[in-house]
Ligand binder design. Structure first.
Ligand code: ARG
Length: 466
């Protein structure tokens, strides 16, 4: 007795009423899975229609069920539905309300079904809808980049390796790198939809059912390509959620790299871009500052999505077949990742569209740091037939000479260049500028403005069909 009392006190104020309250708190998912209400009702309408079609329930009962479910949908949407933790989850909340509304016929809805296949189908429907939303958002972001790339196909900027200016590129080309990345994300979204496009409804608890159900019919009614093929897998599989999270994590990683570049470019030290007021904030103490808060938050939120992916992978690892309550932990990770990614995409699309580009700062930086040295080396190879290694060495000496005179390579005189290698002619100056450097890189996928414009045309056409 006294021992029991002691442990009861341990529960503290929040669970004052003892073990029942603790159990309810740990077991209930209604606080988050209420998000699935529309999918739950869609699934139940399709299931009941199939039950009537196959003669498992009467048409009269089905009519009552469908009518009741529609009433509940409206109640929830109007904010008039009262969710109860005691009823654990969205499935039981809806079913209990249905019984209140239509009486005993409500009890027939759960024939040939279990909450195990019910939650699997609800969640798949939700994830599929979300993936479709993300596909649209990605298309918007890609379109924003294509516009900027077209506008800046010939705007020179430094291309970086090791975060040091390496060779001049165009800003349009840089934008197109993101078009490639986000297009791969879009194709991953499509792949994920394709793979998860199977309905688990009808797997029942885990073994299928003895009732003559029609799984093709429910799959079709819910917009799935076909029903899943194994009842055990149907109720224990959460690959679709894991795949959603990994697609989101990769996309979040791309967004976060972009965010980091925007943070760097918008510093006064770089000054490549200016963020619009809508995506930056002022400092409360330093009046000269304009902080890239939105970009910094996008950079950070990538970490949150990665955390959600690892959380669900860890929940699923080692879980025996088939359903265990552990799997209820799948939803919050997915919901949080979805909300986070939606916001990141919206913020980035806005930022990319609004970004003010400082072309002269970019051009100045593009010429700094002997970024056209490779062009000199390439000229020596092309025009003088020099082996590249030797050309590299000769160019190194030219850079050293220019450095000692504190000038750019193009400012060295022909005599000075000839003092390094006598065969150099005046033609060398035809490659010694950042504009000429980028214009010469016409190889497929290269940075030349003509090539960038060609890639923009290719992606615009492809996006129109995506
Ligand atoms: N709320 C549960 C979940 O999200 C629904 C499935 C419950 N099934 C069960 N056998 N307890 O996983």
């Amino acid at each position: 007795m006294s021992e029991k009392k002691a442990s009861n006190q341990m529960w503290g104020g929040r669970f004052a009423s003892g073990p029942t309250a603790v159990m309810e708190a740990i077991n209930a998912s209604i606080d988050f899975d209420r998000k699935l209400y529309a999918q739950d009702i869609r699934g139940s309408v399709a299931h009941s229609a199939m039950l009537a079609e196959t003669g498992i329930i009467s048409a009269a009962d089905q009519e009552k069920i469908a009518h009741g479910l529609n009433t509940i949908l409206k109640e929830i949407e109007d904010g008039k539905f009262s969710f109860s933790t005691r009823l654990e989850d969205i499935h039981m909340n809806v079913e209990a309300r249905l019984a209140e509304l239509i009486g005993p016929a409500a009890g027939r809805l759960h024939t040939a079904r279990s909450r195990n296949d019910q939650v699997a189908v609800d969640f798949r429907l939700w994830v599929k809808d979300e993936l479709l939303r993300i596909a649209e958002a990605l298309k918007g972001l890609i379109a924003a980049f294509l516009d900027r790339a077209e506008e800046h196909a010939a705007t020179v900027m430094p291309g970086f390796t090791h975060m040091q200016a390496a060779q001049p590129v165009t800003f349009g080309h840089h934008c197109m790198a993101y078009v490639e990345m986000f297009s791969r994300d879009l194709s991953r979204v499509r792949d994920a939809i394709e793979r998860m496009d199977e309905s688990p409804l009808g797997a029942a608890a885990l073994a299928g059912t003895g009732f003559p159900i029609d799984r093709q019919a429910t799959a079709k009614a819910l917009g799935f390509r076909e029903p899943t093929r194994n009842s055990l897998d149907s109720v224990s599989d959460r690959d679709f959620a894991l795949e959603f999270l990994s697609v989101a994590a990769i996309c979040g990683t791309h967004l976060s790299r972009l965010a980091e570049e925007i943070v760097i470019w918008s510093t006064p030290q770089f000054g490549f871009v200016r963020l619009s007021d809508s995506f930056s904030t002022g400092s409360s103490i330093m009046p000269q500052k304009k902080n890239p808060d939105a970009a910094e938050l996008v950079r950070a939120k990538g970490g949150r999505i990665n955390g959600n992916l690892i959380a669900l992978l860890t929940v699923m690892k080692g879980l025996p077949l088939t359903y265990s309550k552990d799997m209820q932990e799948d939803k919050e990770a997915v919901f949080d990742a979805a909300e986070t990614l939606d916001l990141m995409l919206a913020a980035m699309t806005g930022m990319v569209g609004d970004l003010e580009i400082n072309t002269s700062a970019m051009k100045k930086a593009a010429g700094a740091g002997y970024s056209i040295a490779t062009d000199l080396a390439d000229w020596l190879v092309r025009e003088l037939g020099m082996p590249f290694r030797e050309a590299h060495h000769v160019t190194g000496r030219a850079v050293a000479l220019a450095e000692s005179k504190k000038v750019g390579l193009e400012k060295l005189s022909l005599e000075e260049l000839q003092s390094i290698h006598p065969a150099i002619t005046g033609d060398v100056f035809s490659v010694l500028s950042v504009q000429k450097s980028v214009a010469s890189r016409k190889s497929f996928g290269g940075t030349a403005p003509v090539e960038v414009r060609r890639q923009v045309r290719y992606w615009k056409k492809r996006l129109a069909k995506a």
